[in-house]
Design a protein around this ligand. Structure first.
Ligand code: NAI
Length: 484
C-alpha cells in the first residue's frame, strides 16, 4: 500500500506533546501515512496573519485533503479570527462527529453506561462570527441557521446512524424560544426522520437535554444539534466519560476531512509532558478508518484500550489505589506501543471492518420555493432622549407613514414598550420600530421603505439597521414581539 499524504499541524500549548505521542504510535502501528507538516496558530498570528494560517498551509491542505490537527490557541479579543472556525468553514467541513464513550470499570465515572455520538453542525449558527456594535449599549451577534446547512447535518446524522447500526437519534434545540431558527432545524429533523422509519427519534429542549446527558447518558445514542449547542454538550459529554482529554472528533465535508481532539490547547499544563494524548489519538484512529486503513485503526485502538485496562493512565484519569501507574505523555505513548497486537479483555475490543470508510453524505434536497411577500420593516433606532420614555418616541413615529406602511408597535430588547408598555420594563438605547402593511395583506416595496427611512431621518432619528418583514406562502417570516 502506498503511503497516504496527510497534512499535520502540531498546534499550540500541549499540541506538540500530544501530536508527537500520537504520530509515534501511528508509526509504530505501521500506519501508511506520509505527514506534511504545516505551521499554523500562535506563531502565524504573531507573524501578522490575522487568520493564523498562510498560503503554504492552504496549499498542503488542498493537496492532501486530510488534516490531523493538534489544538490551537485562539488569541482573545478583537482582530483575530478563530482558526478552527476558519478551517472548518473554508474546507466545507459541515459535520463534526464526536463519539463519547465511557470506559467503565477502568475509568471512574458517575455514568458507567455511555456510548453516544454527538453530531454537531459545524459551519453556521452564531459561529458565522457576524457581530456588530449598534449603539453605546448594544452589541449583536447574528445567529444564522440555513435550510441547506440544517438538512445536510441532519441527513448526515441519519446516514451515519444507518452506516454504524445506531438505533436512535435525538435532536437538541431551543425552539420554544427561537421559533424561527431552531424551529426550522427541528422541523427539518422531523421531515428527514420520515425517510428513516427504522431509526427511532426524539427531541429535547437543549437545557433539559444537556441535564439528561450529564445525568443519564445511557438514554442517548446519536445526538444531532446546532453548532453552539454541539460545542457545549460535547465538552459536557467528554467530561462525563472521565476527562475532556478522552474526546476525539472528525470534521467531515464533501471533499475534505479534519481530525482533532475535542479539547483545546490547555495552556495551564503545556510544556509539562503530562497531557493525555488520547483525544488526538482517537481522532487519528477515525482518520485511519476514513483513509481506508481500518486494520491499523483496530490495532491501535485495541492497544490503547489495553493500556487503559492495564491501569496505565495520565494524571487527568489516574486514581491512587485504583489504577496501577500514573504516567506522563511520553510514557503513555510508549505503553500503547508496547501493547500493539494485544486486545482488551474487560473493555470491548474494537473491530473496524474493511469498507467502513464508506462515504457518509448529508445531501441538500429541499429546494421547494415559496412565495415571498414584503409586508413591513423593523427599523432599529439608537435613541437616548427624554429619559428613554417610549411614549415620547412612539408619538413621533405615530405621525410617520407611507401609503402602505403604518407604524404598528415598538419593542426594546424584544419586549413591547409602545403602545401600552409597562413602565417597569427596562429600556436600553436600542429600539425596534415595526412598520407593517394592513394585516400583512398588501405588499410593500423597497422603494416605500426608503421613503419611510427618509421621513424618519427627517425627524433627526438615528437609524442603525433595518430588517425587512416577509411572509413566505402566507406564513410570517419574523417573530412577533414579546408581550403581544
Ligand atoms: P482546554 O480544553 O484547553 O482546557 C480545559 C481544561 O482541560 C484545562 O484544565 C486543561 O488542562 C484540561 N485539559 C485539556 N486537554 C487535556 C488533555 N489532553 N489532558 C489533560 N488535561 C487536559 O480549554 P480552554 O482552557 O478553555 O482553552 C485553551 C485554548 O484552547 C483557548 O485558546 C481556546 O480557544 C483553544 N481551543 C482550541 C480548540 C481547538 O483547537 N480545536 C478547541 C477548544 C479550545
Amino acid at each position: 500500500m502506498s503511503k497516504r499524504p496527510i497534512t499535520v499541524a502540531y498546534g499550540d500549548g500541549i499540541g506538540p506533546e500530544i501530536m508527537d505521542a500520537t504520530l509515534r504510535i501511528l508509526e509504530a502501528g505501521n500506519a501508511q501515512i506520509e505527514p506534511e507538516i504545516i505551521v499554523i496558530g500562535e506563531k502565524k498570528y504573531q507573524e501578522g496573519h490575522s487568520s493564523g494560517i498562510d498560503n503554504s498551509a492552504w496549499e498542503s491542505l488542498n493537496r492532501t485533503k486530510v488534516f490531523l490537527k493538534a489544538p490551537i490557541t485562539t488569541p482573545q479579543g478583537g482582530g483575530f479570527k478563530s482558526l478552527n472556525v476558519t478551517i472548518r468553514k473554508t474546507l466545507g467541513l459541515y459535520a463534526n462527529v464526536r463519539p463519547c464513550i465511557s470506559y467503565h470499570p477502568i475509568i471512574t465515572t458517575k455514568n458507567p453506561i455511555m456510548d453516544c455520538i454527538i453530531i454537531r453542525e459545524n459551519e453556521e449558527d452564531t459561529y458565522a462570527g457576524i457581530e456588530h456594535q449598534q449603539t453605546q449599549e448594544v452589541v449583536q451577534c447574528l445567529k444564522l441557521i440555513t435550510k441547506p446547512g440544517s438538512e445536510k447535518i441532519i441527513r448526515f446524522a441519519f446516514e451515519y446512524a444507518k452506516a454504524y447500526n445506531r438505533k436512535k437519534i435525538s435532536c437538541f434545540t431551543k425552539d420554544n424560544i427561537m421559533k424561527l431558527t431552531d424551529g426550522m432545524f427541528h422541523k427539518i429533523f422531523d421531515e428527514v426522520a420520515k425517510e428513516y422509519p427504522e431509526i427511532q427519534t426524539d427531541h429535547y429542549i437543549i437545557d433539559i437535554g444537556s441535564a439528561r446527558l450529564a445525568d443519564t447518558p445511557e438514554r442517548f445514542d446519536v445526538i444531532v444539534t446546532e453548532n453552539l449547542y454541539g460545542d457545549i454538550i460535547s465538552d459536557i459529554a467528554a467530561q462525563v466519560t472521565g476527562s475532556v482529554g478522552l474526546g476525539g472528533s472528525a470534521n467531515i465535508g464533501h471533499d475534505f476531512a479534519m481530525f482533532e481532539a475535542v479539547h483545546g490547547s490547555a495552556p495551564d499544563i503545556a510544556g509539562k509532558n503530562i497531557a493525555n494524548p488520547s483525544g488526538l489519538l482517537l481522532a487519528a484512529i477515525q482518520m485511519l478508518v476514513y483513509i481506508g486503513q481500518p486494520e491499523t485503526a483496530s490495532l491501535i485502538h485495541n492497544a490503547w484500550l489495553k493500556t487503559l485496562e492495564d491501569g496505565i493512565l495520565t494524571g487527568d484519569l489516574y486514581k491512587e489505589g485504583i489504577h496501577k501507574k500514573k504516567v506522563n505523555t511520553t510514557e503513555f505513548a510508549d505503553a500503547v506501543i508496547q501493547n500493539l497486537g494485544q486486545k482488551p479483555s474487560t473493555l470491548k475490543p474494537v473491530h473496524y471492518a474493511t469498507g467502513e470508510n464508506k462515504k457518509i453524505e448529508g445531501k441538500y434536497t429541499m429546494t421547494h420555493k415559496t412565495e415571498k411577500k414584503l409586508v413591513g420593516v423593523d427599523i432599529f433606532l439608537d435613541w437616548d432622549e427624554a429619559d428613554r420614555n417610549p411614549n415620547v418616541l412612539g408619538k413621533i413615529l405615530d405621525s410617520i407613514s407611507t401609503q402602505n406602511l403604518k407604524f404598528q408597535k415598538m419593542s426594546n430588547r424584544g419586549t413591547k414598550v409602545y403602545p401600552d408598555g409597562n413602565p417597569a420594563t427596562f429600556c436600553t438605547d436600542h429600539w425596534r420600530c415595526r412598520f407593517v402593511t394592513n394585516n400583512y395583506a398588501i405588499a410593500a416595496s423597497n422603494q416605500e421603505i426608503i421613503e419611510l427611512m427618509q421621513k424618519i431621518t427627517n425627524q433627526n432619528l438615528d437609524i442603525i439597521k433595518t430588517e425587512n418583514l416577509y411572509t413566505f406562502d402566507g406564513k410570517l417570516g419574523f417573530s412577533v414581539l414579546q408581550g403581544e
